[in-house]
Design a protein around this ligand. Structure first.
Ligand code: PLP
Length: 373
C-alpha cells in the first residue's frame, strides 16, 4: 500500500487519541445540557468548568477570562467587529493576517478609511517602530497575529502590545497557529484578547476560545441564554470543549519535547534538500513556529508541485491560490516582497507531532522528482 504522509499541520491536525477518548462519554452517556439544574447535568457542567480551568492555566489566564467559541474565525470576528463596527474606531492590523482578520477588519471599517495594514519586513516581521509611526488618536484596536500561518514568523507581541497600550489602544492577537506549539503567557504578554482554535493543536474541529482580559468591555457575540457568562449564548458543545482541553494540556505538558522533535525534523529536511542539491529559498524569520517550512523554488509552479506530491501520497499546501486559469501569489508572499519567480513556486510543509524522521527523505525525494517533471 502507498504510504501517506501528512505534512499540512498548519491547515489542521489529527485528533489526539486521549482527547478523543475523553470526548466519548459526553457524546454517548453524559449528554445532558450543562445548563439544566438536575443531577443528570452535573457531570457535563463539572467537565465544562474543569476544561475552562485547564485551558486558562495553559495560557496563564483566569477561568472567567476564557470564552468558548467555534474556533479562530469566530474569535477573530468577535473582537474585530464588536470593537470597530461603529465606523468611528480605527484599527491597525498587518498585511499578513489570516483572512478571518483581514475580511473582518474590512467589514467592520468599510468606507471609514480607519483601517491600516502594517507592512512586514522581508522575513514577515511586524516591527514595533512601524506600529508606533502608524498609531493615531482614532486607533482603538491593534490586531497582530502571534505567528503567521504561511511562513511561520513569530511576532514581537509583547513589544507591539506595549506600544498599543501606551497610545491607549487595545491589543488583540490571533494566536491560532501558536497556542499549543509555543509557550504563551497572557499576563506576561499583556494582551487584551487572544484567539485560539482546537483543531490546530490536535483537538477537535469547530471549537476554540477567545481570551478576554478581565475588566475589558466587549459586546456579547450572541444573545440568548446565559452561557459563556452571557457573552456567547448557545448550548455548549461539552464533548468538543473537553477534547480541546485534553489536547491543549497534553501539548503544553510536552511543549519542549514536541519542539525538539519538530526542530530535528526541520533540520533533517533542510539538510536533505542541500544533500540532494535542490536550490530553494526558505521564507520567514529564524524565530518561527516549530515545524513550519515554507519553501520557494525559482521558476517552479507551486500548484503543480502540490499535485505531484499528492500523487505520491504527500499532503502539503501552496503559498499561492489557483483560480483555475492563473496562479495567484498569496497576500503574505506579496507583503514580504518575495520575487514573483520564487513566489509562484512556493509550497508550505507544516510538520506536526505525528511526523517521523523516516518521512523526511521520502518527502525530499518527491520534491526533487516533482521539480524535474
Ligand atoms: N487564524 C489563523 C492564523 C489560521 O491559520 C486559521 C486557520 O487556518 C484561522 C485563524 C481560522 O481558524 P478556524 O479554522 O478555527 O476558524
Amino acid at each position: 500500500m502507498k504510504r501517506f504522509i501528512y505534512a499540512d499541520n498548519a491547515a489542521t491536525t489529527k485528533l489526539d487519541i486521549d482527547a478523543f477518548e475523553a470526548m466519548k462519554p459526553y457524546l454517548l452517556e453524559e449528554y445532558g445540557n450543562a445548563s439544566q439544574p438536575y443531577v443528570f447535568a452535573r457531570k457535563p457542567r463539572k467537565a465544562l468548568k474543569e476544561a475552562r480551568s485547564v485551558i486558562a492555566s495553559c495560557i496563564n489566564a483566569e477561568p472567567e477570562e476564557i470564552f468558548f467559541t467555534s474556533g479562530g474565525t469566530e474569535s477573530n470576528n468577535w473582537v474585530l467587529k464588536s470593537l470597530t463596527s461603529n465606523n468611528q474606531s480605527g484599527i491597525i492590523t498587518s498585511a499578513i493576517e489570516h483572512h478571518s482578520v483581514l475580511n473582518a477588519v474590512e467589514s467592520a471599517t468599510k468606507n471609514s478609511g480607519l483601517a491600516a495594514y502594517l507592512p512586514p519586513t522581508n522575513e514577515g516581521v511586524v516591527l514595533p517602530s512601524v506600529l508606533k509611526k502608524t498609531l493615531s488618536p482614532e486607533t482603538k484596536l491593534v490586531s497582530i497575529m502571534f505567528a503567521n500561518n504561511e511562513i511561520g514568523t513569530i511576532q514581537p507581541i509583547k513589544e507591539l502590545c506595549e506600544i498599543a497600550h501606551e497610545h491607549g489602544a487595545l491589543f488583540h492577537t490571533d494566536a491560532v497557529q501558536a497556542v499549543g506549539h509555543v509557550k504563551i503567557d497572557v499576563k506576561e504578554l499583556g494582551v487584551d484578547f487572544l484567539s485560539a482554535s482546537a483543531h490546530k493543536f490536535n483537538g477537535p474541529k469547530g471549537i476554540g476560545f477567545l481570551y478576554i482580559k478581565k475588566g475589558i468591555k466587549i459586546a456579547p457575540l450572541l444573545n440568548g441564554g446565559a452561557q459563556e457568562f452571557q457573552m456567547r449564548a448557545g448550548t455548549e458543545n461539552v464533548a468538543a470543549i473537553v477534547g480541546m482541553a485534553v489536547a491543549l494540556e497534553k501539548n503544553c505538558n510536552n511543549l519542549q519535547t514536541n519542539q525538539e522533535h519538530l526542530r530535528a525534523l526541520e533540520k533533517k529536511f533542510i539538510d536533505e534538500l542541500n544533500i540532494q542539491d535542490i536550490r530553494f529559498v526558505r521564507n520567514g524569520a529564524s524565530e518561527r513556529i516549530p515545524g513550519n517550512i515554507s519553501l520557494s523554488f525559482q521558476n517552479a509552479d507551486g500548484e503543480a508541485l502540490l499535485h505531484l506530491l499528492d500523487l505520491r501520497g504527500i499532503a502539503v499546501s501552496t503559498g499561492s491560490a489557483c483560480d483555475s486559469v492563473h496562479t495567484q501569489i498569496s497576500h503574505v508572499l506579496k507583503a514580504i516582497a518575495l520575487d514573483e519567480s520564487y513566489a509562484k513556486g512556493t509550497i508550505r510543509i507544516s510538520l506536526g507531532v505525528n511526523n517521523s524522521i523516516e518521512e523526511i527523505p521520502l518527502m525530499v525525494d518527491a520534491i526533487k522528482y516533482a521539480l524535474k517533471v
